[in-house]
Design a protein around this ligand. Structure first.
Ligand SMILES: [Zn+2]
Ligand SMILES: [Zn+2]
Length: 380
């Protein structure tokens, strides 16, 4: 861990972008953790889940940002006068994104924004053709994200409309592998689409025994942070979170106590990091050193397996121990062709006592990185 900190520090002091880098090298920033898919009492299919309950839980567990994404169809699109106007929708410690789940017949889309925007307008366009929706999204200046792309109410719009895909929905990992196949297909097609997680949790602890409902038990196994999305934000504010999410500067962990996977590229093997996950680089036909770090690997005896996915296929699998949670590999991305590399980390799950039954649901999937890209067209 210390070794990489030193390298990261050295890199941060480097004054100019690496000559081969299409995008800038890793800028100073802050790691933030949050949940980007949550339903409060403003969604009609929830129980015992006030906005205040969600935010207090997240504050107690040390989260940094939340996207409370209530179903817009339950309030005629008027999230501005429901979720965002809820007197409990405030926190001194947590960045609260303007957000909603655009809930349409063609699928569900999470919308994230640093500023208030017109969700009613989106609601009114729910059946519009994609060709009209893509410029609409640009005009609103929001981040759109394809929800649970292979589950019920799957995302059925064009992937040209979205900035990210919910590749990890809820703690029930078994539902998610098909979403990774969709993601890999979109990445192979030339789209730089970030991956993110979201618990999609709907139910809180009942305050009184008589408030208990048939779904109250879900609170034990799926709540804020299952999974947790990490972003490396330039600033600890709404815009910082949205920008990091859009650029894929981040990763996903099964819960906030599990390791955070970090993925960096060193283009010339000089020990300095030139890029991080989400960045797009130009391949120069020389070997690239990739650096993997599992930050906050707290189970002392744990061994994790890191599967490196290159262009949708397994490139290699590396063991990484909690006692020395770093690994490297090298490869030569081909000249003049697109390629991407991303990571899947499996191993033992850390306890998350606030959501006590989560571990069994997440299976052995611990973390997913975003890709490092080569030769992608940034204007695609
Ligand atoms: Zn949904
Ligand atoms: Zn939802």
């Amino acid at each position: 861990m210390r070794k990489l900190n030193i390298m990261l520090g050295a890199m941060l002091l480097a004054s100019t972008a690496h000559a081969q880098g299409v995008s800038a090298p890793v800028e100073p920033g802050v790691w933030m953790k949050g949940d980007l898919h949550l339903h409060s009492r403003h969604s009609k299919d929830t129980t015992n889940n006030s906005v205040g309950k969600i935010i207090h839980f997240a504050e107690d567990e040390g989260f940094d940002f939340l996207g409370i994404t209530d179903h817009d169809n339950h309030v005629d699109g008027d999230t501005a006068h429901h979720t965002w106007a809820d007197p409990e929708w405030r926190s001194d410690r947590i960045v609260l994104l303007y957000a909603a789940e655009w809930t349409t017949e063609r699928g569900h889309v999470n919308v994230f924004s640093s500023h208030p925007y017109d969700q009613k307008l989106l609601r009114s366009m729910s059946d519009a053709r994609d060709v009209k929706l893509i410029p609409l999204r640009k005009g609103l200046g929001v981040h759109m994200s394809a929800n649970h792309p292979t589950n019920k109410d799957h995302y059925g719009f064009s992937f040209d409309m979205v900035d990210s895909i919910e590749v990890w929905n809820s703690s029930n990992w078994a539902k998610n592998p098909p979403a990774l196949l969709v993601w890999d297909d979109m990445l192979k097609s030339g789209r730089m689409i970030a991956g993110r997680g979201g618990s999609d949790s709907h139910h809180g602890w009942p305050d009184k025994p008589e408030d208990r409902g048939p779904l109250s038990g879900e609170r034990m196994a799926n709540y804020v942070g299952t999974p947790t999305t990490w972003v490396y934000a330039a600033k600890r504010d709404r815009q910082g979170v949205v920008d990091a999410l859009t650029h894929g500067h981040g990763s996903i962990s099964a819960n906030p106590r599990d390791p955070r996977v970090e993925f960096y590229a060193d283009l010339d093997g000089d020990g300095k990091i030139d890029a991080m996950m989400g960045d797009n680089l130009r391949a120069d036909g020389k070997p690239v050193t990739f650096r993997i770090r599992l930050s906050n690997a707290t189970i002392p005896w744990a061994q994790y397996q890191v599967r490196v996915v290159r262009n949708g296929e397994t490139f290699t699998t590396l063991p990484v121990n909690a006692s020395d949670p770093e690994a490297t590999f090298t490869d030569t991305p081909p000249l003049g062709k697109r390629s991407y590399y991303r990571l899947e980390v499996t191993g033992p799950q850390a306890d998350y006592p606030a959501v006590p039954m989560v571990a069994g649901r997440s299976d052995t999937m611990v973390a997913l990185s975003n890709p490092v890209y080569f030769n992608y067209d940034p204007s695609f």
